[in-house]
Ligand binder design. Structure first.
Ligand code: ATP
Length: 435
């Protein structure tokens, strides 16, 4: 015994902690009363059907950490889809996203609740999707990635608020550790490698020593993960509040290189991104893809597109980043704003931003910032209608002259609307001689 109290565990070993956690208090403190009422009602319906009901995974972890709860994930022993339908009918919800894995969503006016049948998973081979069978709540907790996600709170009326913690997850919440449930966890499913780093950095936790050892030992198993699954996990990294921390850690542990050879996130990335954020600039998820792609060769970049089966927009970010890098590398002397606009306007902004962040030449970084901040949004004062009114024939000439005006405005050659008009009139005389 470590100290003063024990958690009431249902059917499993009793685990003792210095301070007994009260999941009931955590529930009451962390969730709005109306949502608690709804969960109590769902627990009641489940009980009438003879099905135990639990809050599981992320929401339990976040409640125990006193962090905001994002999703309500419920698990029941028995058919979750039938239970979802019964609950929806009784309390005015709508059932959606029914899957073959016996899961469903119930949308209520204020909340959406995910309901799943407790299940057991068997991994036929590393990286393969698991074979799934209905099981007990213990099976369901045992299939999870980390101890901090393998805790449940009982929502059955008579046991409301009791914690099920067969793997010592609460101790790890207190100790702020990310710990796998068994030694082969990363081999079974190497996406957990990226998940571990996400939780570690998001929650300000540390990898437990053996977990860290297993993660480094098994990082090569990332090769067993399909492109689609790997991309989804990478996307979730990009969606974290501070992806740079996850990427830095992944680099240091050799995970980035195992994910795809040539990917890097070094000290220069860290410093450059700090400066970028300090300038008050936006950091969008796909900017991280551009930053990762920046040093790659053309062949490696195309291999990355294939490996992660990148969708069109993502692939464009990768390709445009390399194009932007090449364009910038050709700038010998400071380019005119119009040249910059012409060459960079067709490229995705994340690609240009990556160059503005990582380019080694300070002058280039400044030019790229000027483009992003000002030049790219410059427009002539005259509109297409104005050009037609001045006698420009309908058709391609309108677009061409607008582009010419834009270029001259950017280079500071046309400072007023009158100067733009004069320019158009001059050009009208020469149009006839041009193809
Ligand atoms: P987040 O806060 O990132 O949404 P979450 O904990 O809700 O985190 P999800 O990715 O929505 O995470 O997954 C829900 C739960 O399913 C997790 O808490 C975890 O227990 C389990 N889980 C998800 N992916 C895996 C995996 N690859 N292996 C084992 N368990 C997993």
């Amino acid at each position: 015994m470590l100290g003063t109290g024990t958690i009431p565990l249902i059917g499993y070993q009793e685990v003792a902690f210095g301070v007994p956690p009260s999941a009931e208090t955590a529930l009451a403190d962390g969730l709005p009363p109306a949502l608690l009422d709804l969960l109590a009602c769902i627990g009641q319906v489940a009980l009438q059907r003879g099905q135990p009901l639990y809050l599981v995974g992320g929401p339990v972890r976040d409640l125990l950490l006193r962090r905001p709860v994002m999703d309500i994930d419920l698990v029941t022993e028995g058919d979750a889809v039938d239970l979802a339908r019964a609950v929806a009918q009784r309390f005015g919800g709508q059932v959606s996203a029914v899957s073959q894995f016996l899961t469903a969503k119930v949308r209520f006016p204020l909340w959406t609740v995910d309901l799943a049948t407790a299940r057991r998973e068997i991994y036929p081979s590393p990286g393969a999707l698991p074979v799934v069978q209905p099981g007990s709540i213990h099976d369901d907790l045992a299939r999870r990635d980390f101890t901090i996600n393998a805790i449940a709170i009982d929502l059955t009326p008579a046991r409301w608020g009791h914690l099920l913690d067969p793997f010592g997850g609460y101790g790890d919440v207190q100790g702020r550790l990310v710990r796998i449930l068994h030694d082969r966890s990363f081999q079974d499913d190497a996406t957990r490698i990226l998940r571990a780093l996400r939780y570690e950095q998001r929650l300000g936790f540390a990898l437990e020593a053996h977990t860290c050892y297993a993660l480094k030992r098994d990082r090569g198993f990332l090769d067993t993960i399909s492109g689609d699954r790997l991309r989804r996990e990478v996307e979730r990294v990009f969606q974290e509040p501070m992806p740079e921390r996850v990427l830095g850690r992944a680099h240091d542990l050799g995970v980035l290189g195992s994910l795809f050879p040539g990917l890097q996130w070094g000290e220069e990335h860290r410093q450059a991104l700090i400066r970028w954020r300090e300038e008050g600039r936006e950091v969008s998820p796909l900017l991280f893809l551009a930053l990762l792609a920046y040093p790659l060769s053309l062949e490696r970049a195309e291999a990355l597109v294939r490996r992660l089966r990148l969708p069109r927009r993502w692939a464009e970010v990768v390709r445009h980043t390399l194009q932007a890098r090449e364009i910038v590398a050709r700038w010998a002397s400071p380019p005119r704003p119009s040249q910059v606009i012409e060459s960079l306007a067709p490229l995705r902004p994340e690609a240009v931003e990556a160059c503005a962040i990582l380019s080694t030449e300070q002058a280039h970084r400044q030019t790229l910032r000027a483009y992003l901040d000002t030049w790219r949004s410059l427009r002539p004062r005259l509109s297409a209608m104005d050009l037609l009114a001045l006698g420009v024939p309908q058709g391609p000439w309108v677009g061409r002259l607008l582009a010419e005006l834009r270029a001259r405005v950017a280079d500071g050659l046309l400072a007023t609307e009158e100067e733009e008009r004069a320019y158009v009139r001059r050009r009208l005389h020469t149009l006839k001689e041009e193809p």
